[in-house]
Design a protein around this ligand. Structure first.
Ligand code: DX5
Ligand code: ZN
Length: 233
């Protein structure tokens, strides 16, 4: 169980649901509204059946915010994009282990480029991927939907997976290991964030939940406050 479930809660709005025609304005708005990270979904129409944004867009939004950019790579292969995203201003880079031939090497490559490194596990992906690389992880991202699209429904089996990973992170820390963030991505809303955080997540991605609110009247701030309040309930 997460020892301090809400004190450290980080919210990472996914710009997949933002207005791409006004992306600079959108990322400034989420930072002003209290976002902790910008979640940046990269899809290649190969690893996932959708096509989104790359390093050029990361570089374009970088001057608009000071909060970290959390790059979620849904691409195959992975390695050649890492230097490009690091140069474009990414702070965290996560990837799906099935999409890399050499997971240990890819994690090292991310850190060598000055970014925090992490693995993303799909709903049906085994936790065994974590077994031999604990010391190389800064973050573990559990998908609570199948990757590729925003606006899908949270898969409840993720809660048990979160509990297991939280226990393993705590065991790793007790035995002298580094701290590892536990992020969840997909279908996070005010009506389920409490159980997600209680299951051990400290970082929550929220795409449609945040960006479906019109920001003209401070809607993003209202949604993020509602998410934090629901998490702390
Ligand atoms: C899905 C993406 C998610 C998505 C989340 O493949 O990785 O980050 O944008 O969107 P919501 O919060 O709408 O499920
Ligand atoms: Zn994502």
């Amino acid at each position: 169980m997460n020892p301090t479930p809400t004190a450290t809660l980080r919210l990472a709005p996914s710009i997949l649901s933002a207005d791409f025609a006004r992306l600079g304005e959108e990322v400034r708005a989420i930072q002003a509204a209290g976002a902790d990270l910008v979640h940046f979904d990269v899809m290649d129409n190969h690893y996932v059946p959708n096509l989104t944004i790359g390093p050029l867009v990361c570089e374009a939004i970088r001057p608009h915010v000071t909060i970290p950019i959390d790059v979620h790579l849904m691409v195959e292969p992975v390695d050649s994009l890492i230097p490009l995203f690091a140069k474009a201003g990414a702070n965290l880079i996560t990837f799906h282990p099935e999409a890399s031939r050499h997971v240990d090497r890819t994690l090292s490559l991310i850190r060598e480029h000055g970014c925090k490194a992490g693995l993303v596990l799909n709903p049906a992906t085994s936790l065994e991927w974590l077994d031999h690389i604990w010391s190389k992880l800064d973050i573990i991202l559990l998908m609570s939907v199948n990757p590729g699209f925003g606006g899908q429904k949270f898969i409840p089996a993720t809660l048990a997976k979160l509990r297991t990973v939280r226990q393993r992170i705590e065991a790793h820390r007790v035995s002298g290991g580094q701290d590892i963030w536990l992020e969840v991505d997909g279908g996070v809303k005010a009506d389920n964030i409490h159980e997600i955080v209680m299951a051990g997540a400290d970082t929550c991605v929220a795409g449609s939940a945040v960006f479906s609110a019109p920001d003209a009247d401070g809607g993003y701030r209202t949604v993020m406050q509602a998410l934090r309040q629901a998490a702390a309930r």
